[in-house]
Every structure is written in C-alpha cells, then in structure tokens.
Design a protein around this ligand. Structure first.
Ligand code: NDP
Length: 460
C-alpha cells in the first residue's frame, strides 16, 4: 500500500474562502484526492461580506455624483434622484447566491469532496468535522491546509456591543441616515465614502492624526481633502469612549469631549486570524506575536503536515495574495518544478473610497529611507470630464524613482478608477522598469492615465 493511501485524502482544506478554494481546485487538478470543510458560505469573506459586496456598494454610491456630473453634459434628469437601499441589498444578495453556486460547481467539477461542518484539528493528519446536528466525523489526510481567514476584531469599551462589523453592515434593514465608522484603515475609509455617497451623513473617527497609516503621506493628505470635499465628516485624533442606545439612535461620546448621535456605528478596527475552535493547541501550534501562524516558504507550520496561508499568516491581508499563495502552495506540494517565491514587496492594492486610491511599491517616505536619494514626479489636476461636469474633484498621480538606478520603485494614484490604472503600472514596477522606460512609452490621449508617462520634471 502506498503511503498516500494511508489517509482518506491527500489534502484536506479547512475553510472555503479565496485561498482554500483555489488550493483545493488546483491540487485536485494535479490528480490529488482533495476535500474541503466549510461551515459557513462558499467563497469566504471576499465573496460574501468583503470585496464583492463592497465593490457593488461602491458602484452604487458613485451614481450620486454621476447624476450631478451628467447635467453639465446636457442631460436633463426628470427630478431628484432617489436611492432605495432594499433594492441594492437584495440585488447584492442574489448576486452573491449566484457566486456561491459558481464556487460549488467549481469544486464539484474539480472533483473536490465538500464537507459542510466545522473542522477541528485532532492530530497532525486528523480533522474532526462537526455538523449542525451534533454529529462528528473524523477524516484523515496526508496534508491539512488551514485556510480559515480572518474575522473582524472590535475593541472593548462601554457600549461596544452596539457596534456593527463588516459582517453585518451590508444587510441592514434600512440605510442609516447618520452613519459613523471607527477606524482609519481600508474598511473605514471605504465605508465612510460608500455611506456618504448613498446619502447618509457619514462620520469617520480615527485615533491618529491622519488615516491610512502606511500609505504614501501625500496620498493620505490628498484623500483627506477629497473626502472632505465630498462631504464626509472626518474626525482625527479622537476615539470612541462610550456608546449609549437611546430612542433616536446611538449617543456616541468621543475622547475629545464631543458627542454625536447616529443611527449605526461600524467598527472597522482590524481583523484577527480566525482560529477559534480550530484546535491549534491540540497539535502544539500557537499564534506568534503578530497574531498569525508562522510558516516556512512551503507554507508549512511547525507541524510539517499542517499548512496555512492567506489571512492566517503574516502576509498582506488581500484576496489576490491568498490566491497567489494557493497557487504557490500547490506548486510546492503537488507540482513538478520548484516555484519562484512570491514577491510581497510590490503587491498593488486599491482602496475603493471616492475617489479611489491605487498604489504599488514604496511610498515616498519608505523609498527615501531605503534608497537615500530619490526623485519624485507628481501631478494633480482636474480630470477632463470635470471641466464640463462642474465637479471640483482632483486627481493625484505620483512616481517615486530611485536616483541611483532610475528604477520606478513606487506608483500612486488618487482618482477615478485608480485601481484599474495601477494594475497595469504594477507590471512595470514589478518588472523593475526605469523612469526612462516610462518616458519612452507613448501615452494614450486623452486619458488621465497618460500622465504616468508624460511627467518629466521632478517635483523634488
Ligand atoms: P486595518 O488594519 O486596515 O485598519 C484598522 C484600523 O483600526 C486602523 O486605522 C487602526 O488604527 C484602527 N484601530 C485598531 N485598534 C483600534 C482601537 N483599539 N481603537 C480605535 N481604533 C483602532 O483594518 P480594516 O478593518 O480596515 O481591514 C482589515 C484588512 O482587510 C485590511 O488591512 C486590508 O488588508 C483588508 N482589506 C482590503 C481591502 C481592499 O483591498 N480594498 C478592503 C477592505 C479590507 P492605527 O492605524 O492607529 O493602528
């Protein structure tokens, strides 16, 4: 009997999110016997309560300014546009159901066995799967992949139980007239823009002096100005002290002494590894100081038959990163050639606030620290569309170049479709192209994106 046949499966994946499903499908495609365990929805956070519904709601919120912009181009609107939350919410739910079905079919077609239940480690090769009816089943596998992702984390303060998380925010009964989000990261900034666009009075409370810590400082400041212009109420250097429920809504006391009354409070205060009940201790595993699982370059934990990826390990908490890790993991464990390691230093990312932020590589500050002498090319302008729309919205584009090598080490944009533009620029930055390569590239006219190849004079 072969070694593999000692186990029920070659690979058992716990968690059917982006990383887990991709690993299961790709491993099965190599001929491995694969199963996946999931007790919630197929597709994980991204499909169900993350990227997908967020992007749909961001589209919805953008229409607000589109209606205003259209009149300068000759469009007469029959009256005041109005927004119906229930239509958006229910259409979103139908779309997610459709995606859940696609995920199911992908797994079935790939020949992956699906167990509906909660997986708990019982040994280096054994997982106990408990089902809703209380039944428990033991399944063995040569390798077990932990792909349970992250879960929203909320600090404890008086009334913190009244806060919502991103798990609930998409399915509110109605649009909150007054909306408050706590935090200064991706989720806070995106939802402040979304609810503002949908017509709520939107407040963002952040404990630091400027949101989006870690992003390029000029990008952060530019985004602050633009969100302020859009009407988002930004409150920095303060925090929530307490929340009290009253008849009209929630009374929120801030640490700076201010109080405000709102209808919903979203806590966007970060996510933690989703390992409750996973049985890590039973196999001798524990989280490190960052609250993540340590893995080697083959995604093996300290128990070599147990693998982990995505939001469980200390790499950027982004869906495409989890998917890239899944492909790499499969190459390592089920492939025939040794794969190249993933380059985590030039991962492009977008924040879907209004206007969008797109970024790849180093911020000006990080580049200056790393390379000493750098050149910064930047431009900000009112996009052509807004000459007729009347909107005062501005776009920022910026390239950060290492003086010694002329290599573009960072590219940043705040403006319409910044994520779409930066995805292409990210290939050039990842390839290590120089500013001369950018200069030698012919622009596409008239676009905003052409500015990335026409900036000639360094700003500093
Ligand atoms: P982030 O880690 O990005 O931000 C958390 C925010 O909460 C920070 O501003 C942090 O402040 C603040 N915070 C932490 N603890 C407290 C506290 N005790 N009191 C007050 N504020 C606090 O988390 P998010 O929840 O926004 O998102 C989680 C992750 O999901 C992101 O990091 C990102 O990787 C991913 N994501 C990606 C998206 C995309 O690609 N577009 C969209 C949404 C999420 P401080 O800065 O001072 O630490």
């Amino acid at each position: 009997m072969s070694k593999v046949a000692e186990y029920d499966y070659d690979l058992l994946v716990i968690g059917a999110g982006s990383g887990g499903v991709r690993t299961a499908r790709m491993a099965a495609a190599t001929g491995a016997r694969v199963a996946i365990v999931e007790d919630r929805y197929l597709g994980g956070t991204c499909v169900n309560v993350g990227c997908v519904p967020k992007k749909l709601y961001a589209y919805a919120s953008h229409f607000n300014s589109v209606f205003d912009d259209a009149t300068g181009f000759g469009w007469q609107l029959p009256g005041e546009a109005s927004f119906d939350w229930a239509t958006l919410r229910d259409n979103k739910t139908s779309e997610i159901k459709r995606l859940n079905g696609i995920y199911l079919r992908l797994l079935e077609t790939a020949g992956v066995s699906l167990y509906h239940g909660r997986g708990r480690l019982e040994g280096a090769h054994t997982v106990a799967i408990s089902r809703q009816q209380g039944e428990e089943q033991r399944v063995t596998a040569q390798r077990i992949l932990l792909a349970t992702g992250g879960w929203p984390w909320v600090p404890t303060f008086p009334g913190s139980e009244y806060t919502l998380t991103s798990n609930q925010i998409f399915d509110l009964d109605r649009l909150p007239e007054r909306f408050l989000v706590l935090g200064g990261g991706y989720i806070a900034v995106e939802f402040a823009s979304i609810f503002n666009g949908l017509g709520s009075e939107a407040h963002l409370i952040y404990r630091g002096d400027l949101f989006l810590k870690g992003f390029d400082n000029e990008v952060r400041e530019f985004t602050r100005q633009e969100m302020d212009r859009q009407g988002v109420h930004l409150h920095f250097d303060t925090n929530i002290e307490a929340i009290e429920k009253n008849e009209a809504g929630y009374q929120v006391a801030l640490t700076n002494g201010d109080t405000m009354e709102v209808d919903a409070v979203l806590a966007a205060t970060g996510r933690r590894a989703n390992v409750a009940g996973l049985g890590l201790a039973s196999v001798g595993l524990s989280l490190n100081e960052q609250g993540k699982l340590d893995v080697n370059e083959r995604f093996e934990t300290d128990v070599p038959s147990i693998l982990a990826l995505g939001d469980l390990i200390d790499t950027p908490e982004l869906t495409p990163v989890a998917i890239a890790e899944a492909m790499l993991l499969v190459d390592h464990h089920f492939g025939t050639v040794a794969p190249e390691p993933l380059d985590y230093t030039r991962v492009p990312t977008a924040v879907f606030c209004h206007p969008n932020i797109g970024t790849v590589g180093l911020s000006e500050e990080a580049a200056r620290q790393q390379f000493g002498t750098i050149r910064v090319y930047r431009t900000d302008f009112r996009a052509m569309k807004h000459t007729l729309s009347g909107s005062q919205e501005r776009t920022l584009m910026k390239l950060v170049v290492d003086e010694a090598t002329d290599v573009v080490v960072g590219a940043h944009m705040v403006g319409d479709d910044a994520g779409e533009v930066i995805q292409g620029i990210a290939i050039a930055v990842r390839a290590g192209l120089t500013k001369k390569d950018f200069d030698n590239t012919v622009g596409i006219h008239p676009t905003g994106a052409e500015e990335f190849v026409t900036m000639r004079t360094p700003a500093r």
